[in-house]
Design a protein around this ligand. Structure first.
Ligand code: GUN
Ligand code: FE
Length: 412
């Protein structure tokens, strides 16, 4: 028998119009959120000192890089050679692939992330192990076999046809959970990118890659291909409405217009962009062209929690808007990119406190914030946005507890 709960509790979530609401409500759930009858509301358990809010979807990270998270230095191209490629080679070992995936996904769940779109490594077996770990943990995982056939160490290069054949096998086996993953233009031949785009169309899959992250990466790409970076992806067919382009920090207006034309999406990875000294992303300008999501980019970004990533997004936006207030984005907009919009893109009934949605949520004890909340109330400033900001900027003091399918995490 499902264990049904009826709670009277503060809820911080988006409504069907996409507005952030903060209100005390009666919520009912077992594995899913259920409709509440007016005549049962008085039976609800009083949880007025707590708040629930949705879980996060992290739309860009690399599972093998969890092995060296927080370690490393330099900028993108030397960091890839020094730290990333040797760590990804270790994923030829299935046991390492499973234990690393399980360790990272557990950490993500503990810190409120219940869905993610990730790179794995070139190894087909490692992708399978990641899916098995996700299934064991009830994690909504979208993951891809990394495709590379040039400009990487020999131990990570594959024959173009073999790489595509294995990606097709994974797509057959895991359907939409398998993500078509050409790493970036430097390590992919045009033939590989064309075949990858074809596969994504054939199976209607998400595509993930990197673009315009680092100035040396951009120069190398443009001199290799003799055209702008975005044209390489456009002409090989990789720009689709299901395409996630990580970073896009240095993307010119013409390229943003092209992304808008194909409705391709951007994933903003603020902590990575600082850790690898890549640059500061202009969220406002980019989101005027297309949808922007948020990613931890483990291990370019050293910290897997989306609370931390959102803090970094706030600080990056403060620097970007330092001399032009029009470039400021609200914390609500950033939060929406990491929750509501991301789950909608993934097509999951998850990420909202809403009837029929999976009962995944984060529970926060409001008592440690009694002074701040009562002050906001006295000043007439107890708005949804201020409550959200209080929780984000004070993480980890807010210490949220993750519930998966209606159960606190340790019982999931
Ligand atoms: N560009 C190509 N590969 C990578 C990677 O693993 N991490 C980051 N941050 N950028 C990349
Ligand atoms: Fe990345």
């Amino acid at each position: 028998m499902a264990d049904t709960k009826l709670w009277k509790i503060w809820v911080l979530d988006f409504n069907d119009e996409g507005e952030l609401i903060f209100e005390k409500k009666v919520v009912k759930f077992d594995e899913k959120f259920l409709p509440v009858d007016i005549d049962e509301e008085h039976l609800a358990q009083d949880m007025s000192e707590y708040l629930i809010l949705p879980t996060f979807a992290d739309l860009h990270l690399h599972i093998p890089q969890w092995q060296f998270t927080g370690i490393g230095s330099g900028t993108l191209l030397n960091w890839l050679n020094t730290y990333t490629f040797p760590a990804e080679k270790l994923f030829e070992d299935k046991t390492i692939a499973y234990t690393t995936a399980r360790s990272l996904l557990s950490k993500l769940l503990q810190t409120g992330t219940t869905a993610a779109v990730t790179f794995v490594s070139i190894h087909k077996s490692a992708v399978e192990e990641a899916f098995y770990a996700a299934k064991d943990l009830n994690f909504s995982l979208f993951a891809g076999k990394v495709l590379m056939d040039q400009n990487a160490p020999d131990f990570l290069l594959e024959d173009t046809y073999k790489a595509i054949e294995e990606a097709a096998e994974l797509s057959e086996k895991f359907g939409r959970q398998h993500v078509i993953t050409p790493r970036f233009a430097i390590t992919c031949s045009e033939k590989l990118m064309e075949k990858a785009a074809f596969l994504a169309r054939k199976y209607n899959l998400i595509i993930q890659t990197h673009m315009d992250e680092n100035v040396d990466e951009i120069k190398t790409t443009e001199s290799m291909y003799g055209k702008p970076y975005y044209k390489v992806y456009e002409e090989t067919g990789l720009l689709t409405p299901n395409t996630l382009l990580a970073h896009c920090i240095h993307t010119p207006k013409q390229a943003l217009e092209t992304l808008a034309k194909y409705s391709s999406k951007i994933v903003h990875c603020p902590s990575s962009n600082m850790f690898l000294k890549s640059g500061l992303f202009n969220f406002k300008t980019s989101s005027n062209f297309t949808t922007v999501f948020i990613g931890s980019d483990i291990a370019g970004g050293p910290n897997p929690t989306m609370w931390h990533t959102l803090q970094q997004a706030v600080y990056v936006n403060k620097l970007i808007s330092q001399s032009n207030e029009e470039l400021e984005v609200s914390i609500t907009e950033l939060f929406k990119s990491a929750t509501y919009k991301a789950f909608e893109f993934l097509g999951l009934n998850e990420g909202r406190i809403k009837e029929n949605f999976k009962a995944n949520f984060q529970l926060v004890d409001l008592r440690p914030f009694e002074i701040q909340l009562s002050t906001l109330e006295k000043l007439g400033k107890l708005t949804s946005q201020n409550v959200l900001q209080l929780l984000i900027m004070n993480y980890p003091l807010s210490n949220p507890k993750t519930f998966i399918k209606g159960h606190p995490l340790e019982k999931a």
